[in-house]
Design a protein around this ligand. Structure first.
Ligand SMILES: [Ca+2]
Ligand SMILES: [Ca+2]
Length: 378
């Protein structure tokens, strides 16, 4: 407690300073790093292709106030909780959560609000950092339409530090109350052992609801096709180009990243010098999970190659922080670009200060690529 009392005011002041400063400038010196609050859990896994969470094995749950599964309920907000325990030989790092709700929901992990669930027919994808051995997921489900069906359908895909995953679903092992959520119901300190078990309202395949669809892993909307300065009039010379972006958040601990990327014509993506993956389609984007970010400085680098004519690379990167927040980073004019591929250019220690800023070819949707790239679903 002495530690917390001493450090927290400092963090508060420091955060206030960060907000006041230019948000995109390099805010902390290289070598300065924040303290990871769970240092016993270090991901050893390599980046991997994004694994969908999917709804296929999940169940719609509610309180059982109406004994008929899928039956009508009063307008109400109800608490739903599940403590997810990590197998003893594993260490949980991050989670992908997909959730649909009739009619709405708010999701908390270990007491921190992560986001809101989707509507009954449209699942929402959420991303969160986890504690190593156990994690409390709490959901406030809302039935907003009088005398209507009520339920929550969710899948939590947990990434362990060794590269394996575990799938947890909403089912009859969750705890609930047929009352409004008690104060601070989302906090791990609340004892729910006397709460009722949730009542299954139907499965993903068989319920009163139409099967909800899942959103793209991430959007490309808001991102930009970028290239080097020799992309003129929509065409660029044949050859390979290098791009870099360093993400530096002094006051937060970065844990995982989810990346969506496409290139005309080929790309290889690196994080902190390690290869993430490669692709060769400008009509479909590839998605990756990176479970082993460094706490403070993380460098994304791309080797992109043009075979002929139009040239561009586009990416959306979602950084998941220890404190429950996420940050979206897109390809734009703040990325650094090089007409050559210097030795070691993908390394986090490479000095790109002499590189030019990338040239924005156009926002997602621009010709000739258009706005209908195929994107993997969450
Ligand atoms: Ca409803
Ligand atoms: Ca091309």
């Amino acid at each position: 407690m002495v530690f917390a009392a001493t450090v927290l005011p400092f963090v508060g002041l420091f955060t206030a300073f960060l907000v006041a400063a230019a948000p995109n400038s390099q805010l902390c010196a290289r070598g300065q790093s924040v303290v990871d609050s769970t240092p016993t859990c270090k991901a050893t896994a390599s980046p991997q292709a994004f694994q969908p969470a999917s709804f296929n094995v999940s169940k719609w749950i509610w309180t059982g106030e109406n004994l008929t599964p899928g039956g009508n309920n009063i307008v109400s907000t109800r608490p739903l909780r599940k403590n997810i325990t990590t197998p003893c030989d594993k260490c949980a790092v991050c989670a992908t959560i997909v959730i649909a709700s009739d009619d709405a929901s708010t999701v908390y992990i270990n007491g921190v609000r992560i986001g809101t669930g989707g509507a009954p027919r449209q699942g929402q994808a959420l991303f969160a950092a986890l504690q190593p051995t156990w994690n409390l997921i709490a959901i406030a489900g809302q039935n907003t339409v009088a005398n209507s069906a009520a339920g929550v359908l969710a899948t939590i895909l947990v990434h362990y530090s060794d590269g394996t995953t575990g799938t947890f679903i909403t089912d009859e092992s969750w705890r609930t109350l047929s009352t409004a959520p008690p104060a601070n119901f989302q906090l791990p300190s609340v004892d729910d052992s006397s709460w009722a078990f949730a009542a299954v309202q139907g499965t993903f395949q068989n319920s009163v609801w139409v099967q909800p669809t899942l959103p793209p892993v991430l959007p490309l909307t808001g991102s930009n096709w970028i290239w080097t300065s020799d992309n003129v009039g929509g065409n660029a010379p044949v050859g390979s180009r290098a791009f870099r972006k360093t993400i530096n958040q002094c006051a937060k601990v970065a844990v995982c990243a989810t990346v969506l990327i496409s290139a005309d014509n080929h790309y290889t993506l690196y994080v902190n010098g390690a290869t993430v993956g490669s692709g060769s389609s400008f009509s479909a984007a590839d998605a990756y999970t990176i479970p082993n970010l460094l706490p403070t400085f993380n460098t994304f680098a791309i080797n992109a190659t043009n075979d002929a004519g139009p040239a561009g690379v586009i990416a959306t990167i979602l950084i998941t922080y220890r404190d429950g927040s996420n940050e979206t980073v897109v390809t734009d004019g703040s990325w650094k670009s090089s007409l050559t591929l210097p030795q070691g250019f993908a390394s986090s220690s490479f000095d790109d200060s002499a590189w030019q800023n990338a040239k924005v070819v156009g926002a997602y949707g621009v010709s000739p690529w258009g706005g209908a790239l195929t994107i993997p679903r969450a």
